[in-house]
Ligand binder design. Structure first.
Ligand SMILES: [Zn+2]
Length: 417
């Protein structure tokens, strides 16, 4: 069986693996300073099915451009992933247009790939082109899945992005799978452990309280998918006595979660958190509320666009205000710049945020020891490590090569197993 690594190998972003010249696991794009980078492949007309692990653009963002190079097959995912991907793909197209005036695909390509999406449920077996497959709950974002593909001779388990710890929004992943020959495993945190989650949440809440007590406002840049909802649920633990606002694409995604409570760990807790929050209607409303004290949860999580930049403009000059980052800040992002230098760009102008800045770890990925525990439970014969930087992947290789046959491919590599 042949595996081709078109993207996401020895890197994070544009995940795309071809199996046996028939199937694809994910079709992602990588957003970098140079623009969007797509998986390195020229023709996909031979592909019989795509298995989508989850909606994040680094796993789905290449689908429209793949449609322009012959992808015409069923794309299997659950209904949560389909609805979320629809929102993200349309937003991504909009951003491409803003940046480049024309994208490499158009709206029809997005509509095409959405129409190819076939609904699957967790833990149910399906078949396509002589192979059987099953989606298993990966605990990363609502709808996220690992995919078990049984090709008759070999059984392949693709983790997608996986989290085995419980969060407010989701139960941690805990599925089992027998007789796995090849495990394709994400390695995002392959060289690190997460700090204690409860302690991070307590620390965040007490930092917010301190800011409010000195009459400051709090800006919480958050990813729209999963993180903003998690942050609202954490905020719901305390009454700060000031209004909490939700802004940006997170509003739309929260609406999707309310429509599909079966994908949420405890829907009543999410509803309770939402009822304590006001939605920001438009830029006029934003301007009005940002002049008064409040807590603002908004996209984008890495400060690369979206309403967060308006809030930054309103809040940066007051040393009593705080900005707390709630997610990973990739190298080269505006949020990373802010984290490293205290300064960030608003419309081309660099400003210094005068108040307190701190980053909290509310990650939706397994840490190293959780990944190792998962590998021990599945006990595959061979492991392919992907979706991590070189240090993370090397660290996972060192920890597993004594007991397993380990592969750490790069983009463009092929492996025969
Ligand atoms: Zn993800």
């Amino acid at each position: 069986m042949r595996f081709n690594f078109y993207g996401g190998a020895s890197e994070v972003g544009r995940s795309c693996i071809e199996v046996d010249k028939r199937f694809l696991f994910d079709s992602g794009l990588k957003i970098s300073e140079e623009g969007s980078e797509y998986p390195q492949v020229e023709d996909l007309s031979h592909i019989k099915a795509v298995f989508l692990s989850h909606a994040h653009l680094d796993h789905t963002g290449a689908l429209p451009i793949f449609n322009t190079i012959g992808l015409r097959c069923s794309i299997y995912c659950n209904s949560m992933t389909r609805e979320t991907a629809k929102v993200l793909l349309k937003d991504s197209y909009h951003i491409e247009l803003l940046k480049k005036h024309h994208a490499a695909y158009d709206r029809d390509n997005i509509n095409n790939v959405v129409s190819f999406m076939q609904n699957v449920r967790y833990n149910k077996s399906y078949s396509v082109d002589g192979a059987e497959f099953r989606f298993l709950d990966a605990g990363h974002i609502p709808g996220s899945s690992s995919v078990l593909l049984d090709m008759g001779k070999k059984r392949v388990l693709y983790t997608g992005d996986i989290n085995s710890s419980d969060t407010r929004l989701l139960k941690g992943s805990s599925f089992d799978a027998d007789d796995v020959d090849v495990l394709i495993c994400e390695s995002t945190y392959g060289d690190r452990e997460h700090p204690d989650r409860k302690a991070q949440e307590r620390d965040l809440l007490s930092s917010i309280k301190k800011t409010i007590d000195k009459s400051g406002s709090v800006l919480l840049p958050s990813f729209a998918v999963g993180r903003a909802q998690e942050v609202m649920m954490i905020l719901n633990d305390r009454d700060f006595g000031v209004p909490i606002y939700l802004d940006g694409m997170a509003k739309k995604v929260t609406g999707l979660y309310q429509k599909k409570p079966e994908y949420i760990r405890d829907n009543s807790k999410l509803c309770s958190a939402i009822s304590g929050v006001s939605y920001v209607k438009d830029w006029k409303h934003r301007r009005e509320i940002a002049r008064q004290q409040g807590i603002f949860v908004t996209t984008s999580g890495m400060l690369d666009g979206g309403p967060v930049l308006d809030y930054l403009g309103y809040l940066y000059h007051n040393p009593n205000n705080s900005l707390f980052l709630t997610g990973y800040q990739v190298e080269g992002s505006n949020g990373r710049l802010l984290m490293d230098t205290g300064k960030a760009y608003i419309d081309g102008n660099r400003v210094r945020f005068k108040g307190n800045i701190k980053k909290y770890d509310l990650s939706a990925h397994s840490g190293k020891s959780e990944l190792l525990g998962f590998i021990k439970r599945i006990d595959p014969e061979k492991i392919i490590f992907l979706h991590g930087d070189s240090t993370a992947i090397e660290s996972m290789r060192k920890s597993t090569e004594g007991t397993h046959e380990v592969y750490t491919p790069k983009v463009g590599d092929s492996i025969n197993i």
